[in-house]
Design a protein around this ligand. Sequence first.
Ligand code: ADP
Ligand code: ADP
Length: 255
Amino acid sequence: MSIKIAELTHVYDKNTPNETIAIDHINLVIESGEFIGLIGHTGSGKSTLIQQLNGLLKPSSGEIIVSGYNITDGLDISKSNKKRVSKAESRARKKRLIEVRKRVGLVFQYPEYQLFEETIEKDIAFGPYNLGLQEAEVKKRVRDAMQTVGLDYDTYKDRSPFDLSGGQKRRVAIAGVLAMKPEVLILDEPTAGLDPKGRDEILYQIKSLHEKEKLTVIIVSHSMEDMAKISERLIVMNKGAVVLDGTPKDVFRNI
Ligand code: ADP
Ligand code: ADP
C-alpha cells in the first residue's frame, strides 16, 4: 500500500512561450500509514503533484505506483489531449481511473467543487454507487463516513450540502471521499477559510481517522507551523522539486 513516485515530471503548455515545468523529476516513497504534510509556497507544484496522484492529471513523464498498481500507465485524461478515442478505449480509461480513485481519495481545497447532489446523503453516496456497490453497502458506507466526520446521519442526511457552513461542507466532501474507502487520503488545504476552532476540529478529526483506520494521509498546506504540529513527515517543495523531506525536527533543523 505504498506510493512510489519515480522521475515524475509535469510540464504545462509544453513547447509554447508559456511553458512551465511544474514538477521536475520528483522521486519519493511514501509508506502505508504515513501522515505527511506537503508544504510549499504558491506555485511550488503541490496541486499539480496531488492531481497526478489522483489520476486527474497525466504526468509528462515518470511514474506513480500505488499499492503495486501503476496509476500512470495507460491513463490519458489530460485536458490538452483532445484526440478522439474509440468507445472501448474510452471505457477502458474510465475503468482505470476508477481503480485509481478507489485507492487515492482527493479532497479539493474548495469543497464546493465536489458537492453537487441535492442532499448530503446522495452526495456522499455518489462515489460508492459509481463503484457499482449494493444499495445496503452504499448506505452503510454513507452512515459510517458521516459518523467519522462528525455529522449526525438523521439530522443531516436530507439537508442540502449547499446550505452548510464552510467547515461542514468540508466534512461532507471528506465523507464523500472516505465512502470510497481509499488507501490514501489527500487533502488540499483542508483548513482554508475556517476559523481557528474549525481548523483545529478538522485537523483533529483527520488525525484520529489516520490513527483509527491506519489510513495514509497527505495534507497540502502552506503552513509549516500547522503541519509540523500534526505530521510525522514533512515534504517541502520549491519550484517543482522536493527540497526538504524528513521529520518536522529534521526539517526545522535544515531551514
Ligand atoms: P494554490 O496554490 O492555493 O493551490 P493556485 O493559485 O496555485 O492555488 O492555483 C489555483 C488553481 O489554478 C489550480 O487548479 C491550478 O492548477 C490553477 N493554476 C495555477 N496557475 C495557473 C496558470 N498559470 N495557468 C492556468 N491555471 C493555473
Ligand atoms: P501550488 O499548488 O504549489 O501552488 P501548482 O501546482 O498550482 O503549485 O503550480 C505549479 C506551477 O505550474 C506554477 O508555476 C503554476 O503557475 C503552474 N500551473 C499550475 N496549473 C497550471 C495550468 N493549469 N496551466 C498552466 N500552468 C499551470
